[in-house]
Design a protein around this ligand. Structure first.
Ligand code: FAD
Length: 504
């Protein structure tokens, strides 16, 4: 059948692509700034992500809830936002037009691309490899897990960390390429602090933690059911697994074995494995006890050979090895500057390299000279901040007004929860890019708290706070004001000194 030719050109002064946190925030702000203009939000997913109960907890730490909602709710709140549910198939940047999968053509004066990212799968097209990105892929994972006795998780970022802690009733082999777990967020010391939680027999009651929270509105469930399968939805976020029963087919609680310093060498389907005459290993009895690596008697649907020479069978593999920005639909005939990580490069006004096209959230790569204590990470908070700031820049440009860099980009600040601990990350929390000329100060009470401070030339550059430390606001200020702390030395982390009073 011939492709439908584009129908009559509709459009708006401002068009936003993507119904995730970045796109919705951008559209909302534009709608408020230009109440008499129509703002078009074009998104492939039938539901959008709305931010509720936003609260600035401190200068840079923020707290909000994210709710998956039917797009009609957004249109109800902002009568000048029109949501078009269709994927963008093509961007004609020279003509200032986009064409959707439905064959419609939309003209724009200013466009913001917020199409998110996709999971980076270790191999495409293998039915035994799952990636988790949106509500549909999380539901598919839960369904497969219910029948599983053993899975292999590959990757060492936030999703892998959450999964290994949450999954019960299934053996988990966790393959990481680094020496320590959670390399994106922690150093080896923090990882050691967390590891005992993996062998806790009984699940503890969940701690309440002030951070972003994720829910689904009733109305969105109906819309999602009617959605076309295979389309990329918005990314999930904190607590995405709450309400999903992450339980396998076995009667056991946590059973995790970590294979570090290795990657996947080859994946074998059962038949290939049998032909290869290789030997697979049973689930090891104890961490680091290589004597226990016995041959496996069971037959599995799929097998994974690791670069350390070991082979394990499993029911399926979870690929949690990060994301790739979803730029493909926009690249054809458009000469975007693309960063090494695959994102659309944006300058300090969130402008891509093409005229009148902005980008925000997971799809973009911040390519300005950043503050010494900020870095981009593909997180909800940054998606919101970027969407908000992109709209501000688009508005300022349309009105011929100047814009200042948003304060959110002064200091990296993230609150999350791992292994049922509250985790706060500030600034260069892992000494990223600081070279050798830095010092670490540590305070650790086993099972309770882990505090790490990164110092350079007497100034605090970053911190990792695990547990209820109550230090975040003070440290945030110390990092922001770059006070010379040399004379305080180790007192800085002395639990007997009330540091808040000290710097009041
Ligand atoms: P997305 O939310 O991915 O939205 C992209 C939108 O674009 C979607 O609506 C999609 O349907 C639409 N789209 C895609 N292609 C097209 C197209 N061609 N045409 C039109 N529309 C299109 N972050 C945290 O801060 N804390 C966490 O604990 C956390 N946990 C996470 C857990 C999981 C399982 C995942 C997957 C992510 C997690 N993240 C977390 C990351 C966070 O969810 C993302 O950084 C954030 O949602 C990115 O927002 P976005 O708006 O840029 O993209």
């Amino acid at each position: 059948m011939a492709a439908a030719s584009p129908s009559a050109v509709a459009g708006g002064r401002f068009v936003v692509v993507g119904g995730g946190v970045a796109g919705v925030t951008c559209a909302e702000r534009l709608a408020t700034e230009f109440p008499s203009d129509n703002i078009l939000l074009i998104t492939v997913s039938p539901v959008i992500k709305a931010i509720l109960n936003f609260r600035q907890v401190s200068r840079t730490l923020e707290e909000f809830e994210v709710e998956e909602q039917a797009s009609s709710v957004l249109e109800g709140h902002y009568p000048n936002i029109k949501v078009i549910q269709s994927g963008v198939k093509q961007l004609k940047s020279e003509d200032h037009k986009i064409i959707t999968e439905a064959g419609e053509e939309y003209a724009y004066e200013k466009l913001c691309l917020c199409a998110g990212a996709k999971p980076k799968l270790i191999t495409e097209g293998n039915p035994f490899i799952l990636g988790i990105r949106d509500t549909d892929s999380a539901a598919e994972f839960q369904k497969q897990l219910a029948k599983a006795r053993r899975i292999i998780i590959v990757g060492n970022g936030g999703i892998a960390l959450e999964l290994v802690y949450e999954i019960e009733g299934c053996e988990v082999i966790w393959a990481i390429k680094d020496k320590a777990i959670g390399n994106t967020f922690f150093d080896a010391g923090a990882a050691e602090f967390l590891i005992p939680k993996l062998s806790v027999e009984k699940r503890e009651p969940q701690i309440a933690c002030k951070r972003t929270k994720y829910t689904t509105a009733e109305s969105s469930k109906q819309q999602r059911t009617a959605a076309s399968p295979g389309k990329i939805g918005s990314a999930l976020g904190p607590d995405w697994h709450e309400g999903l029963h992450l339980k396998g087919a076995k009667e056991l609680s946590h059973k995790v074995y970590i294979e570090n310093l290795c990657e996947i060498k080859k994946i074998y389907l059962q038949e290939e494995f049998l032909l290869s005459q290789k030997v697979s290993l049973a689930f090891p009895k104890a961490q680091h006890d290589t004597r226990n690596a016995e041959p496996d008697q069971e037959l599995w649907p799929v097998y994974v050979e690791l670069t350390n020479g070991k082979m394990y069978g499993c029911d399926f593999i979870v690929s949690a090895t990060g994301v790739v920005p979803n730029v493909q639909p926009f690249l054809d005939n458009n000469n975007f500057a693309v960063a090494e990580d695959g994102g659309l490069k944006v300058d300090k006004y969130m402008r891509t390299s093409l005229p009148d096209i902005y980008a925000a959230g997971d799809i973009c790569t911040a390519s300005w000279e950043p503050s010494p204590v900020w870095q981009q990470m593909r997180l909800w908070t940054q998606a919101r901040q970027m969407g908000w700031y992109a709209a501000k820049c688009m508005a300022a440009d349309a009105l011929g007004e100047p814009t200042d860099m948003d304060f959110s980009f002064e200091l990296f600040a993230h609150v999350t929860k791992f292994f049922n601990y509250k985790v706060v990350l500030l600034g260069k929390y892992n000494a990223q890019g600081l070279g050798v000329n830095h010092e670490l100060m540590l305070r650790c009470t086993k099972g309770q708290e882990y505090v790490k401070v990164v110092m350079q030339n007497g100034r605090m550059m970053g911190a990792v706070l695990i547990g209820e430390t109550d230090l975040e606001e003070t440290f945030e200020n110390l990092i922001l004001n770059q006070m010379d702390l040399s004379r305080y030395g180790e007192d800085l982390l002395d639990p007997n000194i009330d540091i808040e009073d000290y710097f009041d």
